[in-house]
Design a protein around this ligand. Structure first.
Ligand code: CMP
Length: 481
């Protein structure tokens, strides 16, 4: 305790003692007169109530004086214990001493002033009193006994760094009282943890007189040698302030990370309460050591693989050109024209059972089966009926593309199927240079329509012949010749 605080306490003690003794002296001196006054006011002589009031006030005054006396005794006792035996008793023990001494004093005074009252019987027979007292003191007694067990176990002491509970309150223990543990956090806040709570929670203790370790993490580029890094960092850290000289710091690789080699340095502290400052100093030392040794911290890095699309033909363009040139309707096209078509083709992969095109929907592209198989299905009285199965090199979807009508059937992938989609614009370019192609296409469409009509009872009769289709396609694509 600081000197001015000690002086203030001594002055307060002297003043309180003088006031209490004076009050006792005056009350005892004027006891007769006060009693007579009370009896006169109460209208009875002698009055038992007046006697009880006098005794109660006496008990109160003795209680106050007794409390001051016990505190003085407490101070003297523990001061001497510290001076002579170097025993620094915890606050809880001091408080227990005060409570026990005061209770004994109070009970002596009580039996002296109220000889007729049987205190033992009062406490043992009054069940309600016991219940009320028990409920009222539930928390207090819980804290008190938890405090006693903490003192008995002594898992930590004043000056230790502890971390308490799920909320991880960390700080230096300042006091363990009969009610709570007082810790000072590293942001200089005081946290009070009730003893009963502390008894239930896990507590991480870093004792003052123990070599407590810390871990600090850092990383290097993959190009930096681990042996050199470990040596440089160990030497840099071992000389830092508050790093214990008793145990050499340990530097080791903890992970081969995404960005570089991840290390940890484990070091032991002289004063664990200063671990924040020491961690920071260790990081600083590592930075300077790296600078001198030419080592590099790893920055977040990513290796990017940039996909470059060929402007001439799509990737795997050869296979696509080969596939398209094998399609019978494209047979009349030149190599350049097939190449252009391949470039415009978009590849799609469908899972088995997936619908590639849906009957009734509008469509502005046709498809060539590149890999796999598809099934052409029409809806007949609510049930799907297969009209045709198309294999690699077959095409579909040309009807809607060339006539502008909705899709005439569902086309479903039978297995994992890759198709090449060719849009309206690409086909128009082809038609412009190969008008004969329109003719062969109109023939195929007419044939397929025929197939649809003959297999579907409800199908409309074919109204347009191949020749009619030809002129319709030419109109749709704006082909004049
Ligand atoms: P489209 O009408 O655009 O969409 C459904 C496609 O199924 C259709 O074009 C044709 O390509 C295809 N198709 C319809 N009927 C048959 C058939 N009988 N034989 C083969 N393919 C067909």
């Amino acid at each position: 305790m600081s000197r001015p605080r000690l002086t203030n306490k001594a002055l307060l003690f002297v003043a309180a003692s003088v006031a209490a003794l004076l009050a006792i002296y005056l009350f005892w001196s004027f006891e007769g007169a006060i009693k007579a006054l009370l009896e006169q006011r109460m209208g009875t002589n002698p009055s038992p109530s007046a006697g009880t009031i006098i005794s109660a006030v006496k008990l109160l005054l003795i209680g106050i004086a007794g409390y001051i006396f016990v505190r003085a005794l407490n101070f003297l006792f523990f001061f001497l214990a510290f001076r002579l035996k170097r025993i620094d008793a915890p606050t809880l023990i001091r408080n227990i001493f005060t409570i026990v001494a005061f209770t004994i004093l109070f009970l002596i005074a009580f039996t002296f002033l109220f000889p007729d009252v049987n205190l033992g019987a009062l406490f043992t027979t009054s069940a309600i009193f016991g219940v009320i007292l028990g409920l009222a003191l539930q928390d207090t007694l819980g804290n008190f006994f938890a405090g006693i067990s903490l003192q008995a176990d002594r898992p930590f002491q004043v000056g230790d760094v502890i971390t308490v509970g799920a909320q991880r309150h960390t700080g230096v223990v300042e006091e363990i009282s009969w009610r709570a543990i007082k810790i000072r956090t590293f942001t200089n806040h005081v946290v009070l943890i009730a003893n009963s709570n502390a008894a239930r929670e896990p507590i991480e203790v870093c004792p003052r007189d123990n070599l407590n370790a810390r871990l600090v993490f850092f990383n290097t580029l993959y190009s930096d040698s681990p042996a050199k890094t470990i040596h440089v960092v160990r030497e840099a850290v071992r000389e830092a302030e508050n790093v214990s000289t008793k145990v050499a710091p340990v530097v080791r690789i903890r992970n081969l990370g995404d960005n570089g080699v991840d290390y940890e340095v484990k070091y032991w502290l002289e004063d664990y309460a200063k671990y924040n400052d020491t961690d920071a100093l260790v990081r600083q030392r590592i930075w300077y050591a790296f600078r001198r040794a030419g080592l590099n911290f790893a920055y977040p890095t990513r290796t990017l693989y940039v996909e470059r699309h060929s402007l001439v033909a799509p990737r795997d363009g050869g296979a696509i050109v080969e596939r398209l040139s094998a399609v019978d309707i494209f047979a009349p096209l030149s190599v350049e024209e097939t190449g252009m078509l391949a470039q415009a083709a978009v590849r799609h992969v469908f899972a088995p059972g997936e619908i590639v095109i849906r009957a009734g929907e509008p469509g502005s592209s046709m498809f060539v089966v590149h890999n796999g198989r598809v099934r052409v299905q029409v809806n007949e009285n609510g049930r799907a009926r297969t009209v045709a199965t198309l294999n690699e090199g077959d095409f579909f979807g040309e009807m809607a593309l060339f006539t502008g009508e909705p899709r005439t059937a569902n086309v479903v992938a039978l297995e994992e199927t890759e198709v090449l989609e060719i849009g309206h614009a690409a086909m128009k370019r082809v038609f412009d240079t190969n008008p004969d192609l329109v003719e062969s296409l109109s023939f195929i469409i007419a044939e397929r329509r025929q197939g649809l009509a003959s297999q579907t009872d409800s199908a409309a009769p074919v109204s347009e012949s191949s020749a009619g289709l030809l002129s319709a396609i030419k109109r749709f694509f704006g082909i004049s010749h």
